[in-house]
Design a protein around this ligand. Structure first.
Ligand code: FES
Length: 140
């Protein structure tokens, strides 16, 4: 059963993101995700843009969060922190891929049977590229 503690709820910044890495239980591959604070509590999104999926939203120093939206630094797409929906930019209408989490005892836990918490911070196999190839880029 999943349920590894990622971080304390209080560790999730209000105007940025907290980057962490999970391991795909089936393939063993590492994937990055970010925790963001919303009015409805903390949410977790996989750390790549829906425009070019090889572009990370958080490159290790916290993603830009402005007015409750995650901002992709590459072409400026914005994604609502609470729904993951892109409200502006080349992938408008697309939705970030979500990682299941739950909150308990002041902490945030992975709550997705497909993934296991690995560590805070970047994936080792990331090399500044997201988990998807450039073939998954949506035309500009
Ligand atoms: S890669 Fe994110 S908006 Fe283009």
């Amino acid at each position: 059963m999943s349920g590894e503690r990622i971080a304390d709820v209080d560790a999730v910044p209000a105007e940025s993101s907290l980057l962490f890495t999970v391991e795909d239980r089936e393939s063993g591959e590492e994937r990055e995700a970010v925790l963001v604070d919303t009015d409805d509590g903390v949410r977790a999104w996989f750390n790549y843009c829906q425009h070019w999926r090889d572009v990370n939203l958080d490159t290790g120093d916290g993603a830009v969060v402005r007015d409750g939206e995650l901002v992709c630094k590459r072409h400026g797409a914005t994604f609502e922190c609470d729904s993951g929906e892109c409200t502006f930019g080349p992938c408008e209408g697309a939705v970030l891929d979500e990682l299941g989490i739950r909150r308990a005892d002041g902490g945030v836990f992975v709550d997705d049977d497909g993934y296991a918490f690995d560590r805070l911070g970047e994936a080792e196999n990331d090399e500044d590229d997201g988990p998807q190839s450039t073939e998954s880029r949506i035309g500009f």
